[in-house]
Write a protein that binds this ligand. Structure first.
Ligand SMILES: *Cc1c(COP(=O)(O)O)cnc(C)c1O
Length: 345
């Protein structure tokens, strides 16, 4: 079978719900907006990394690993989900956190995801300067653990390699099945595009299952010229690994108009998206990934790229705990935009 030949540590109950956002669809004038609730993957507070970790930790266990090494930005959702999942499987996590963002709040290295890293029992955490070669740092960590007689398993940033991306090939199949069950013709799928495994896994999966949806990745960091080849390269490797239809650069769509000032720096439109989703639908988006991706969805509806009557699925990849590391700008935005309040006259 396409996916069951790979070891998988089951960490969550699938499928995640596919729900229609009625108030938001009405607010946007008749485009049908749906949400794929990958914020509800449960494990460790949920999010997209859980799907990748099922295959990554499945492989780690199959190889007899007894320690996990990974890395991310300080407020990494990936690291938080990795620590929770690895702890549940009895594996200690050693993480390296990159100070990737300048001008952060005073509590940035304590609150939000970092607090949860500790709660879930992170074994060791080391903060390094922005721009550090994170793969090299993980290799150094691995050598140290091997010298102590351990068998470490390295999970790359964001869990993005062909094994991790199997989780999103799986998700593509799952969404295609839900569309059949709900008699839904999906026109567009919108997803945040970061370390690329989510976007690339979906691209390879949609292509393999001939779903013919228009998959749009909203970049959270890199310009299109960097992100497109990155995602295409990853998707190509996944297709080859699985032995399914090849994915080319022309199959990959990236929009980098919503990055703002850079990774982890929310723009006005990021906060607008976060507040609209919260006040119209009770959804918690985050300031680093889903806020930007949802701002992209709003922008594409407003520019007419997504049309009245079309069905657009937003992949909610989680991340809401990151809001606690951005308390001040969120409160400022809310104060400056009382007209978005749900009961405004
Ligand atoms: C990691 C992450 C993403 C991006 O996924 P990639 O596979 O790294 O591109 C999107 N949303 C949230 C909340 C994330 O934590």
């Amino acid at each position: 079978m396409l996916l069951t030949r790979f070891p998988r540590a089951v960490l969550t109950t699938l499928p995640t719900p596919l729900e229609k956002l009625d108030r938001l669809s009405a607010y946007l004038g008749g485009v049908n907006v749906w949400v794929k609730r990958d914020d509800l993957t449960g494990m460790g507070g949920g999010g997209n990394k859980v799907r990748k970790l099922e295959y990554l930790l499945g492989e780690a266990l199959a190889q007899g690993a007894d320690a996990i090494i990974t890395q991310g930005a300080v407020q990494s959702n990936h690291v938080r989900q990795t620590v929770a999942a690895a702890s549940k499987l009895g594996l200690p996590t050693y993480a390296i956190l990159e100070r990737r963002i300048k001008d952060t709040a005073a509590n940035f290295e304590v609150t939000g995801n970092v607090l949860l890293d500790h709660l879930f029992g992170i074994k060791a955490v080391r903060f390094v300067a922005g721009g550090t070669d994170m793969n090299k740092e993980m290799a150094i960590e691995a050598e140290k653990l091997k010298a102590l007689g351990k068998k470490p398993y390295i999970i790359p940033g964001g869990g993005s390699n062909v094994v991790g991306a199997l989780g999103y090939v799986h998700a593509a199949l799952e969404l295609a099945n839900q569309a059949v069950e709900q008699q839904l013709k999906i026109d567009h799928v919108v997803v945040a595009s970061g370390s690329s495994g989510t976007h690339a896994g979906l691209a390879a999966g949609f292509k393999a299952f001939s779903t013919q949806v228009n998959l749009v990745g909203i970049s959270v960091r890199q310009p299109e010229a960097v992100q497109i080849p990155k995602v295409a390269d990853e998707a190509g490797k996944i297709a080859e690994f699985l032995g399914v239809a090849a994915v080319a650069a022309k199959d990959i769509i990236v929009n980098s108009d919503y990055v703002g000032a850079g990774y982890g720096v929310p723009a006005e439109h990021t906060w607008e998206a976060v507040v609209l989703a919260a006040q119209l639908e009770g959804l918690i988006l985050d300031p680093v990934y889903t806020g930007k991706a949802f701002a992209g969805l709003l922008g594409l509806v407003r520019s007419g790229a997504f049309k009245k009557g079309e069905n657009v699925v937003f992949f909610h990849t989680g991340g809401g705990f990151g809001l606690f590391a951005y308390e001040e700008p969120l409160l400022e935005y809310l104060k400056a935009h009382p007209e978005l309040a749900v009961n405004a006259a």
